[in-house]
Design a protein around this ligand. Structure first.
Ligand SMILES: NC(=O)c1ccc[n+]([C@@H]2O[C@H](COP(=O)([O-])OP(=O)(O)OC[C@H]3O[C@@H](n4cnc5c(N)ncnc54)[C@H](O)[C@@H]3O)[C@@H](O)[C@H]2O)c1
Length: 344
C-alpha cells in the first residue's frame, strides 16, 4: 500500500512531531551527511555547558539541558532555547528524576558537565561536593544505562586531579593527588564512568580540561583568574596576584573544550583524556599579555601566596590527539583577545 491509512498518532509519534517543529533549516553544506543527534547536556546553562549547547544547536542537534541553575544562568541559553533546546530544571542528586528525564528525552549521547565546581566550597562542605559530583554522576550513569544511551562524555578536571605536576606536561598516567575534595570527587566520578563501561558496557570517556576560560565565564569559577583579570582591566583596576606570579597552569579556550566534547561524542575511545595545550602559562605571562592588549597598561598588586596552591601544571594532550583526533586550536594570546572582546 503506497499511502497507509491514517491512524491516531502514538505517544512516540507525538513526541517526534513535537521535536520536528523545533527543527531549524538543515545543517550547513558539507555536514549534510551527519545524522542529527539527540543530546542531553547536564550543567548546560553554565559556562562550558552553554557554549557546548550553542555548538550542538548550531549544527542542528536536538538538545535537552538538565540544570538546577545553582551557578548556571537561564540567559546563557536564550539563543539555544530559541533554536529548539529545552531546559529541564532539576537537581542531579534526584536519581528518580534523572531516570525520568532520560527516559523521556531518549538521548543518544549524554554530555555530563553539571557539577559543584567551587574548590573552596568543596573544602568547607565535602559531603555536599561529593553528593553532587559523585552521587550526581552515578545518577546520570544509571539513567543513561536504563535509557540505552550510546555514549557518555563526562567532564572531569585536569587542573584538579593531578595536584602538583611532577612530570610536565602531565600524561593521563600521572599520579593522582588532588589538593582539594573537588579534585577527589571529580576523580571518583571518573572511576564510576569506567565501572559502568566494565559492568554494563556503557561507552564512557572522561575529559580532563585544564583551566578553561572564555566568554560567559563566571569569575568565581575554578579558573576564574582570566575572567577576573579581564574584568579588572576593563574597569581600569589592578588585579591581585597571590605569591610571585610564577605559578603555571594549562589555560584552554572554551571553544576548544567544546570541540573536545564533540570529538569524544563521535568516538568510541574510553578512559581519561587531557584537554589542554600541553603548555605552562604563568600568571606573570597572563599579566604581560593583557598589558599588551591594554591602552593604559595593566599592573598588579602582589599579595601573600595562598597555602596549598599547586605551583606548576600542564597537561599532555597526546592521547586526545591520537584517539579523538582533537587538538587545541586557540593559543593563549588569541584566547585572551577574544575573551576581552566578548566582555567589551
Ligand atoms: N571552568 C574550568 O576551568 C573547568 C576546568 C576543568 C573542568 N571543569 C568542569 O567542567 C564542568 C562545567 O564547569 P563550568 O566551568 O562550566 O562551571 P559552571 O558552574 O558554569 O557549570 C556547572 C553547571 O552545573 C550546574 N549544577 C551545579 N550543581 C547542580 C546540581 N546539583 N544539579 C543540576 N545542575 C547543577 C550549575 O547550575 C551550572 O550550570 C564541570 O564539571 C567542571 O568540574 C571546569
Amino acid at each position: 500500500m503506497l499511502f497507509p491509512a491514517r491512524s491516531m498518532p502514538s505517544k512516540e509519534t507525538n513526541r517526534l512531531t513535537r521535536r520536528r517543529r523545533y527543527q531549524r533549516p538543515g545543517p550547513p553544506q558539507g555536514l549534510a551527511c551527519r545524522a542529527v543527534m539527540e543530546a542531553l547536556v547536564t550543567g548546560g546553562s553554565g559556562f562550558i555547558g552553554s557554549n557546548l549547547v550553542d555548538a550542538l544547536t548550531a549544527r542542528g542537534d536536538r538538545v535537552t539541558v538538565v540544570d538546577d541553575l545553582s551557578t548556571g544562568r537561564r540567559e546563557n541559553l536564550d539563543g539555544a532555547v530559541e533554536a529548539g533546546a529545552r531546559l529541564v530544571e532539576a537537581d542531579l542528586r534526584d536519581g528518580e528524576r534523572m531516570i525520568a528525564v532520560c527516559a523521556e528525552a531518549q538521548p543518544q549521547v549524554i554530555f555530563h558537565l553539571g557539577a559543584q565546581i567551587d574548590v573552596r566550597r568543596s573544602t568547607a562542605e565535602p559531603g555536599v561536593d561529593a553528593a553532587i559530583n559523585v552521587g550526581g554522576t552515578i545518577n546520570m550513569l544509571e539513567a543513561a544505562r536504563r535509557a540505552g544511551v550510546r555514549r557518555f562524555v563526562n567532564t572531569s578536571s585536569g587542573g584538579a586531579v593531578y595536584g602538583e605536576g611532577r612530570e610536565l606536561p602531565a600524561p593521563e598516567g600521572h599520579a593522582v593527588a588532588p589538593e582539594a575534595p573537588y579534585g577527589q570527587s571529580k576523580f571518583a566520578a571518573e572511576g564510576y564512568c569506567a565501572l559502568y563501561g566494565r559492568l554494563h558496557g556503557l561507552s564512557c570517556a572522561s575529559l580532563r580540561p585544564g583551566n578553561v576560560y572564555g566568554p560567559r565565564q563566571d569569575p568565581l569559577g575554578e579558573a576564574g583568574v582570566i575572567a577576573i583579570f579581564c574584568g579588572r582591566l576593563l574597569e581600569g583596576g589592578r588585579p591581585a596576584v597571590f605569591g610571585d606570579g610564577r605559578q603555571t597552569r594549562d589555560y584552554v579556550f572554551v571553544e576548544d573544550v567544546v570541540a573536545a566534547n564533540l570529538a569524544a561524542a563521535a568516538s568510541e575511545a574510553t578512559g581519561p583524556f587531557n584537554v589542554g595545550l600541553g603548555l605552562e602559562t604563568s600568571v606573570l605571562d597572563l599579566l604581560a599579555a593583557l598589558d599588551g592588549l591594554s591602552d593604559d597598561g595593566f599592573e598588579a598588586d602582589f599579595a601573600a601566596e595562598r597555602p596549598g596552591e599547586v605551583r606548576r601544571i600542564a597537561l599532555d594532550p597526546s592521547r586526545a590527539r591520537a584517539e579523538l583526533g582533537w587538538e587545541a586550536k586557540v593559543g593563549v594570546a588569541e584566547g585572551l583577545e577574544r575573551t576581552l572582546a566578548s566582555l567589551r
